[in-house]
Design a binder for this molecule. Structure first.
Ligand SMILES: NC(=O)c1ccc[n+]([C@@H]2O[C@H](COP(=O)([O-])OP(=O)(O)OC[C@H]3O[C@@H](n4cnc5c(N)ncnc54)[C@H](OP(=O)(O)O)[C@@H]3O)[C@@H](O)[C@H]2O)c1
Length: 268
């Protein structure tokens, strides 16, 4: 797909990966609307997102609510006059043992990471069909491919989003709407600030711009998925499929250190 002139809605485009995707898409000539809950963060992002003389529109809305989803879409359509690309990027995480995760935290992850992208996609579909050359990008996570301890709920919802994405791609095949799943690995964004897990535990962080550039390349190639983490990660994904007990053993060794490092990891 050529991004020039494409009309794009990016949920959670005020920070991190979403912000980098907005910038990268604008650099390719796309017209972008971003969303987020925090007004100051949105204002900072809109000021930063002036590319080749074009700027970005922002909608302050909580995508985890019905009203927030409706306003995100309506205001985006009002600004852009239609929609070619939906990027379901807004997300949240709370790490820690399942027993020490509250029901509210669990439900918050289910709502923002899984229910919101499904319902926003459903609402956006008539507009993506009208485009004739539509694209849905679902931002899952590497954890959807290899479940990590202390991220059980997050792995569950991101894994759910990834399968939703795959099934919908097949459902829409031949109908003018492509679906791409993005699997970022650990990425240096505000979401990761409260995590102390570093390279020693397998969480080497890359810049959000690198994830965005890989996505742009994937869109250009009509890829089904973009998986970050390189060869090492690809081997680990294969091992997880063919010999999951080996991955269990690796996690067993680092479990105490990992539990301690991610105890405070929260971005909801
Ligand atoms: N960073 C990583 O290591 C990593 C790895 C794998 C996958 N991911 C995924 O990548 C996506 C982006 O994460 P990030 O690392 O870029 O995080 P981030 O820097 O914290 O950005 C998250 C964005 O989503 C917005 N957001 C969160 N909840 C929202 C809601 N309910 N309604 C509307 N906007 C909401 C945030 O703005 P407000 O807070 O102002 O609403 C912000 O713009 C997420 O889906 C995340 O799960 C991240």
């Amino acid at each position: 797909m050529d991004l020039k002139g494409k009309r794009v809605l990016i949920t959670g485009g005020s920070s991190g990966i979403g912000l980098a995707i907005a910038h990268a898409m604008m650099s390719k000539g796309a017209h972008v609307v971003i969303t987020g809950r925090n007004g100051e963060r949105l204002t900072r992002a809109t000021k930063a997102l002036v590319v080749n003389g074009s700027d970005v529109a922002a909608v302050r809305a909580d995508v985890a609510t019905a009203d927030g989803r409706a306003r995100s879409l309506e205001e985006c359509l009002a600004v852009l006059g239609g929609l070619d690309i939906l990027v379901n990027n807004a997300g949240g995480v709370r790490a820690g043992r399942l027993e020490s995760t509250t029901e509210d935290e669990i439900r918050a992850m289910v709502e923002v990471d899984l229910v919101a992208p499904i319902l926003l996609t459903q609402a956006a579909l008539p507009h993506l069909r009208a485009s004739g050359d539509g694209l849905i990008v679902n931002v899952a996570s590497g954890i959807a491919l290899i479940g990590a301890p202390f991220y059980a709920t997050y792995a569950g919802v991101k894994g759910g989003l990834a399968r939703f994405s795959e099934a919908l791609r097949r459902e829409l095949k031949g109908e003018g709407i492509h679906v791409l799943t993005l699997y970022p690995g650990a990425t240096d964004t505000p979401m990761m600030q409260s995590s102390k897990a570093g390279p020693e535990l397998g969480f080497t962080r890359e810049p959000a711009e690198a994830v965005a550039e890989a996505l742009i390349e994937g869109i250009g190639a009509d890829a089904f998925e973009v998986i970050r983490g390189g060869e090492i990660r690809a081997k680990m994904i294969a091992t997880n499929r063919d010999n999951p007990a080996a991955i269990d053993e690796r996690f067993l060794i680092i479990k105490p250190a990992l539990e301690e490092a991610v105890r405070g990891h929260s971005a909801l």
